[in-house]
Design a protein around this ligand. Structure first.
Ligand code: SAH
Ligand code: SF4
Length: 365
């Protein structure tokens, strides 16, 4: 089988070249061709000797996941669906704004953590994405968006906030992050690359030590009782430990605050008392809040908090001196809003009963 060069960061590619008796600087050249120029054809790499190009063609390939659909929302948001084999597909969303373009990237097919309000979680977990599948989303999106390596960046920010828990696929996510940061690849600054986690405490420490980038933590509840229900991983890593991990992270982070994501669920976590409790919880942690209006999906038991409620909630945080932004719901006409990313996942973990019920429903209809 050919080696997919999209699976390597600079160090990995250098090692691969060395194993094959080739010089380090060749690896750098190929890295630039692949990532900066979006090239997947060795023959087009004109500054590389023909003999090496031929050798590469025999032993290697540059293969990103195939785009199965590419939809554009009325507000400019664009959603890509990628085939990752075995009946699984994952989604990637590009969100253009005045001063930046953000790509929201997936890291797993499905997710094992089963947060109560998340459509990806409800699908169960299938598998970790490979490095080529993670970085390939950026590679493909750059191509589709017509990125010009000598022009202004179209994708200026990347967030690992699509399907899956990036810290549960640590090695591959970090290798992909290294490529995003590498000047010979995408050259993004650490401040413009964000990992979003539901709170895998020991792995937050690893990220800090191995590849610190901006950190977003999915908080969603101000106390353990409620968070245990909404974000089940909280039963393993409760809030006290999570807050301590955030503080440790900030010692080495490229930004001096953590972003707390907080999904606004009507009547569940959106009261004034919850906001007050959040202030107490995060008192010692330099942070910003990002309030996310809940995005419904078929079968979900929650409702979105009314906008007036969200405004009031934000006001309580702001009055205490904490920056609280409310995420604009974008791309919901193409199901590209937060938590609506479903892709399609062949569920191997559990909830297989659900599929049987679906079949039953079809039969009896
Ligand atoms: N697994 C990581 C990253 C992917 S989820 C994490 O949980 O942080 C990205 C964000 O979308 C998380 O904050 C998640 O809680 C939020 N989210 C999930 N389902 C949602 C929904 N239905 N509506 C709004 N936000 C949702
Ligand atoms: Fe997984 Fe994040 Fe969804 Fe929770 S919110 S189920 S961690 S993708």
């Amino acid at each position: 089988m050919k080696t997919n060069l999209l699976d390597f960061d600079a160090a990995g590619l250098t090692a691969f070249f060395a194993e094959n008796g080739e010089k380090t600087f060749r690896a750098r050249q190929v890295l630039r061709w692949m990532h900066r120029f979006g090239q997947d054809d060795f023959d087009a790499m004109t500054d590389i000797a023909k003999s090496l190009r031929e050798k590469l063609r025999e032993i290697a390939e540059i293969r990103a996941p195939a785009v199965v659909s590419d939809k554009q929302s009325d507000d400019g948001t664009r959603k890509f669906l990628f085939d990752v084999g075995g009946g699984n597909a994952v989604e990637t969303v590009f969100i253009p704004e005045d001063d930046r373009g953000t790509l929201c990237v997936s890291t797993q097919a499905g997710c094992a953590l089963d947060c109560a309000f998340c459509s990806t979680g409800k699908q169960g977990f299938n598998r970790n994405l490979t490095v080529a599948e993670i970085i390939g989303q950026l590679w493909q999106a750059n191509r589709a968006l017509g990125a010009d390596p000598s022009g202004e960046r179209i994708i200026s920010n990347v967030v690992l906030m699509g399907m899956g828990e990036p810290l549960a696929n640590f090695e591959n996510s970090v290798t992909a992050l290294r490529l995003m940061l590498d000047d010979n690849a995408y050259g993004l600054s650490r401040r413009r690359v964000t990992v979003s986690t539901s709170g895998l405490v020991p792995v937050i420490d690893r990220l800090r030590d191995e590849c610190p980038v901006a950190l977003a933590v999915s908080l969603h509840a101000p106390n353990d009782g409620l968070r245990d229900e909404l974000v089940p991983i909280n039963r393993k890593y409760p809030l006290r430990e999570l807050m301590a991990a955030c503080l440790r992270y900030l010692e080495k982070a490229p930004r001096d605050f953590v972003t707390f994501e907080y999904v606004m669920l009507d009547g569940v976590n959106d009261s004034d008392a919850c906001a007050q409790e959040l202030l107490a919880l995060t008192r010692n942690v330099p942070c910003k809040f990002n309030l996310i209006p809940f995005n419904p999906f078929p079968g979900s038991p929650f409702r979105r908090s009314p906008s007036q409620r969200i405004r009031r909630f934000a006001e309580i945080l702001m009055n205490a001196g904490i920056i609280a932004t409310t995420r604009k719901t974008r791309g919901d006409d193409i199901d590209a809003a937060c938590g609506q990313l479903a892709g399609q996942v062949q569920d191997k973990t559990r909830r297989s009963g659900r599929r049987i019920i679906d079949v039953h429903e079809v039969r009896t209809r």
